[in-house]
Design a binder for this molecule. Structure first.
Ligand code: FE2
Ligand code: FE2
Length: 294
């Protein structure tokens, strides 16, 4: 059994310090096996914001906890045009992690992070052919019983949680990315960007998605809240790679508290919910879309 705390969209610079302290207190007490951060560490990719984000990570690591992170679109400078195009992730690499393809492996987990943030498509993400090759290569030698997890900032395909609940944009080259994650046997896709928690079997949203469970996180520490949600992150219990439980851990104004566990079992084709979705939604979201039409 492994436990992963999945935090996203920290947005230092537009964060609530009390919520940041609450997240640290929760992590110190619960001690997950891995703290995965799916991007948007900062609000505007400024050095002072990166310093605060790096200090947060340092404090978590000082607790003896493992961390793994990927950049988000807010971690690429928006207004500093020269830096945005010539050295878009310079500060990310300096303050957060020089490795844009981080890897974590334990007796039970194999976790790969991929950077989907780009200078040209500021808001929407993209995945490269080299990254797809890396996904296939990294997971190739992983023992079958380990839970394979891919962490990106942007979800790899359109989610029914975009602006005004319209389907969101898919990342560039998403059809090929879907093939790569299917070939790699990825069990869980962790992402953020929409500041909204959501869990669903990938095959229920797009064809050719492979046997992945899509887990989206809300914003852990920012004041940029959507749809009346409070700050939250996910606690994922990977009992086996065909049996996963997800708990949304939400800020109640004074502390982070775990909600009820939503259990999912893989039946060889789809992840089936054994209990209601943690966010109370995400199931029966409509017909499966043809990925070519998304
Ligand atoms: Fe964000
Ligand atoms: Fe984002």
């Amino acid at each position: 059994m492994a436990r992963i705390a999945h935090l996203s969209d920290l947005h230092f610079g537009a964060h609530d310090p009390a919520v940041v302290a609450g997240a640290e207190a929760w992590l110190a007490e619960k001690r997950p096996d891995l703290v995965a951060v799916s991007g948007d560490f900062t609000q505007r990719a400024r050095s002072d914001e990166y310093r605060e984000a790096a200090a947060f990570l340092d404090r978590i690591e000082a607790l003896g906890l493992a961390t793994l992170g990927v950049p988000g679109n807010h971690d690429v400078p928006l207004y500093d045009v020269v830096r945005r195009f010539t050295r878009p992730l310079d500060r990310y690499r300096r303050f957060i992690d020089d490795d844009l393809c981080p890897w974590f492996e334990s007796e039970t987990l194999a976790v790969l992070g991929i950077n989907t943030a780009r200078s040209l498509t500021f808001k929407d993400g993209r995945i490269s052919h080299a990254q797809m090759a890396l996904i296939r290569e990294r997971f190739r030698a992983v023992p079958k019983d380990r839970t394979r997890i891919l962490v990106t900032h942007h979800p790899l395909f359109a989610m029914p949680i975009g602006e005004a609940d319209a389907p969101s944009e898919a990342v560039g080259r998403h059809a090929e990315a879907l093939q790569a994650i299917a070939d790699a046997g990825v069990h869980i896709l962790l992402a953020g960007h929409f500041h909204r928690s959501f869990t669903e079997s990938a095959r229920r949203m797009v064809k050719n998605a492979g046997p992945a469970l899509v887990i989206q996180a809300g914003t852990a520490t920012s004041t940029r809240l959507r749809h009346g949600e409070s700050q939250s992150f996910n606690l994922i219990h990977a009992e086996r790679n065909d049996r996963i439980e997800v708990q949304v851990v939400a800020w109640d104004g004074a502390a982070f508290r775990e909600g009820s566990r939503a259990a999912f079992a893989f039946d060889g084709e789809n992840w089936q919910s054994l209990s209601p979705s943690p966010s109370g939604e995400g199931f029966g979201v409509g017909a499966v879309r043809d990925e070519a039409a998304v």
